[in-house]
Design a protein around this ligand. Structure first.
Ligand SMILES: [Fe+2]
Length: 435
């Protein structure tokens, strides 16, 4: 039996899962876990994924089982011809009996927009390629949460890959390793064919916490080591919340599982970040977080409420266009909302926690449906946000109907900063005494 599998079984016996379904709802039967292996030499890269760093740079992350592999990426615009290279650094971590492989991170650039780059990691192994985002509209985001690594996950990823997109946004719950560290490796190998080709920008969910009292009280050890996001570039001091710009869109990733109270670093960072947004440069303003603030599913009721109470007014006053969440394993789209009521200048709230995790779907909803909830369904799938220009975008939800990807919900969205009736939010900087 492979050592990693033995460790996995041992840890499964030792630790209870960190996340339990409420007894108030039942879930559709989940599909089996997919464990993905590395069958190359120990020096070859595995778990390759890329993420945006500023407007012209990309971070390449990968793992090698061999320790003495250089953190170098060779790259260029022609397959097999690498006229540029960059070096970075590597790290590893321990979690009880588990020791990770060598985790490499190398930032490359400056890169041209809308261009395919071919690259090799660590000087050996197969060639990969990715495409950089465009510099002008339009741009297409895939949004998918609570991904996991089951047969449903594989189905969702195939559907995502079936048509082109520029950047993937993940509002938390990646591997569902839940302290079983080899599952982080397996997840990295499962998503490599997709995450090595387009930037994946993620934020954390409850399944990334992996807190163990006294020994690992702060948690997020594996997540921070494996999925570092460009937080320093946005003035954040934590990988758990950050922001970035891409093609006229300012995207803010918040942390549902780190302090968000008025006195917290995250709160102060968000206030400063929103104050810096220039809607003439980034007309679109989008937020992702894990535990939804609006949710008419019976699952996880009220879990996002304290964060909503702390931060909702700040987002509303800044004219946030959309707020995406995960956590609830279903799809739900709300109208524009503020303080529990329909509001023409409030954000559209969308729950997209139906990527394919091992826990199955959240099937039961509150009845009757609240008037602010416009579409809700417990099915696996993913979403796509195509921002056409400064004023219009199209959102669609693609249901995994077994083998077919079905478009089940779609809506045109007008950018709040372009609506005369919401003109008061343009360039508005929330002041602390207004909050
Ligand atoms: Fe979750």
């Amino acid at each position: 039996m492979p050592r990693s599998l033995l460790l996995l079984l041992l840890l499964a016996v030792v630790f209870l899962p960190t996340h339990h379904a409420s007894v108030d709802f039942t879930r559709q039967p989940p599909r089996p876990l997919v464990y993905t292996y590395h069958d190359g030499p120990e020096s070859h890269p595995q778990q390759v994924h890329v993420s945006l760093v500023g407007k012209q740079y990309m971070k390449i992350s990968w793992v090698t089982e061999e320790r003495n592999v250089a953190s170098i990426v060779n790259y260029g615009k022609i397959p097999g011809k690498y006229d540029s290279s960059a070096t970075g650094n590597s790290t590893s971590y321990h979690y009880f009996l588990y020791t990770s492989g060598e985790i490499h991170h190398v930032t490359i650039g400056p890169l041209d927009p809308a261009t395919i780059y071919y690259y090799r990691c660590g000087g050996s192994g197969p060639e990969f390629n990715f495409q950089t985002p465009p510099v002008n509209f339009s741009i297409e985001f895939v949004v998918v949460g609570d991904l996991g690594q089951t047969e449903w996950t594989s189905s969702t990823l195939e559907h995502i890959n079936a048509s082109n997109y520029d950047v993937l946004l993940l509002p938390g719950d990646l591997s569902y390793a839940d302290t079983q560290q080899p599952l982080w490796d397996s997840f990295g190998r499962l998503v490599q064919p997709y995450a090595s080709r387009r930037p994946w920008m993620v934020t954390q969910g409850n399944h990334e916490q992996e807190i163990f009292p006294i020994i690992y009280p702060k948690g997020f050890k594996a997540y921070n080591a494996r999925w570092p996001m460009p937080y320093e570039e946005s003035g954040s001091n934590s990988n758990l919340y950050y922001s970035f710009d891409v093609v006229g869109t300012h995207i803010i990733m918040l942390g549902s599982y780190t302090d968000f109270s008025v006195d917290s670093d995250q709160y102060k960072w968000l206030m400063n970040d929103l104050a810096k947004v220039d809607r003439s440069l980034t007309p679109w303003l989008i937020v992702l977080l894990h535990a939804p603030w609006y949710n008419s599913n019976m699952a996880h009721q009220g879990e996002g409420e304290s964060m909503r109470l702390a931060m909702e007014k700040m987002l509303y006053d800044s004219g946030v266009d959309m707020v995406f969440a995960g956590h609830v394993h279903a799809y739900e789209r709300f109208t524009r909302v503020y303080a529990n009521n329909a509001a023409p200048c409030g954000p559209i709230y969308i729950t997209i926690g139906d990527g394919g995790n091992r826990e199955g779907l959240a099937m039961a909803y509150k009845e009757p449906s609240p008037s602010i909830s416009l579409f809700r369904e417990a099915s696996f799938g993913h979403g796509r946000l195509r921002i056409i220009n400064e004023t219009h975008a199209h959102w669609s939800w693609h249901r995994n109907d077994d083998s077919a990807s079905v478009v089940a919900d779609g809506v045109w969205i007008e950018c709040l900063s372009s609506l005369p009736s919401c003109g008061q939010i343009k360039g508005k900087v929330p002041k602390h005494d207004e909050l």
